[in-house]
Design a protein around this ligand. Structure first.
Ligand SMILES: Nc1nc2c(ncn2[C@@H]2O[C@H](COP(=O)(O)OP(=O)(O)OP(=O)(O)O)[C@@H](O)[C@H]2O)c(=O)[nH]1
Ligand SMILES: [Mg+2]
Length: 261
């Protein structure tokens, strides 16, 4: 296991280890970022599944010192597999900063890949869709959203109330910011490196509103956005990490529509 020197804009947020130096020698096709907070029940099988797909990926786990040992599980996987980074932050600092720190870390790598996929680590997102997201991005899209609300999408295991909250949040967000996007809160996406380099300085979300902010940045700055249908499955293991405070912050963010950076 190797210690990674962090870029100056994330120093102080934590420490990072790498399973091998392979990503320094050869450019992977894609970085797959997995933000984690207490995903010990899911992370081992998810990483193994992604590795079995042989997508030539660099897996980047951004863990917030999960007390269930998520990071140690990833460190064990680093002994077994090449191309896994784990960035451990000192405390639960929110999904928004986890994703922006992940972007900064990936951009700072030698031979950083041209595409970055983000996905939830709770198995709600099917790893088989990774190829489709990447293939669509390679057709010239800067942001490809794995959408739960386009033709061909499916949602498995959600209570009607949860579905309603998600639909309303998406309706309000897209109406208030003028986007014709059906699912701007999905966390399963592929970003082009070019997009990330251009917007990283404008992202200021702390928590879940990062999903809307990144779509808004793409939309207002003229980046090409595409939605593709996905099958989304409610988490089977572990608990939701969305706290009441984070949910309130998310709502107030949408209502104030303070989305333009
Ligand atoms: N590093 C980090 N990851 C987080 C944080 N909050 C959530 N996550 C991760 O972000 C992903 C999405 O969070 P979830 O708890 O699944 O949110 P959700 O999908 O809205 O909630 P569920 O319906 O319960 O799954 C998961 O992989 C979480 O472990 C955080 O503060 N820091
Ligand atoms: Mg989830």
């Amino acid at each position: 296991m190797n210690q990674i020197v962090l870029p100056s804009n994330v120093v102080g947020r934590g420490s990072c280890t790498s399973s091998s130096v392979e990503h320094k020698l050869r450019k992977p096709s894609v970085a797959i970022m997995l933000p984690t907070y207490c995903e010990a029940d899911n992370i081992d099988s998810l990483v193994r599944k992604i590795k079995s797909l042989k997508t030539d990926s660099l897996i980047v786990v951004i863990d917030d010192s999960s007390h269930d040992g998520t990071a140690s599980i990833v460190e064990s996987l680093q002994e077994e597999f090449d191309n896994i980074l784990v960035f451990t932050r000192p405390a639960k600092l929110g999904l928004g900063t986890a994703i922006t720190d992940g972007f900064k870390l990936i951009l700072s790598l030698e031979n950083s890949p041209d595409y970055i996929i983000t996905m939830d680590a709770d198995y709600s997102h099917d790893p088989h869709t990774i190829r489709k997201l990447l293939a669509t991005a390679k057709k010239g899209y800067d942001l490809v959203i794995g959408s739960r609300y386009t033709k061909g999408s499916r949602i498995i295991g959600w209570h009607i109330i949860r579905l309603l909250i998600s639909r309303i949040a998406n309706f309000v967000a897209s109406t208030m910011v003028g986007m014709r996007i059906h699912d701007c809160t999905s966390g399963f996406r592929c970003y082009s490196k070019n997009y990330v380099e251009n917007v990283i300085g404008f992202l200021h979300s702390q928590t879940y509103e990062i999903q809307i902010e990144t779509v808004k940045q793409a939309w207002t700055r003229g980046f090409k956005v595409k939605e593709i249908p996905i099958t989304f499955e409610n988490r089977k293991k572990g608990k939701s990490k969305l706290t009441r405070t984070e949910f309130q912050a998310f709502l107030s963010y949408i209502m104030k529509a303070k989305l333009v950076g």
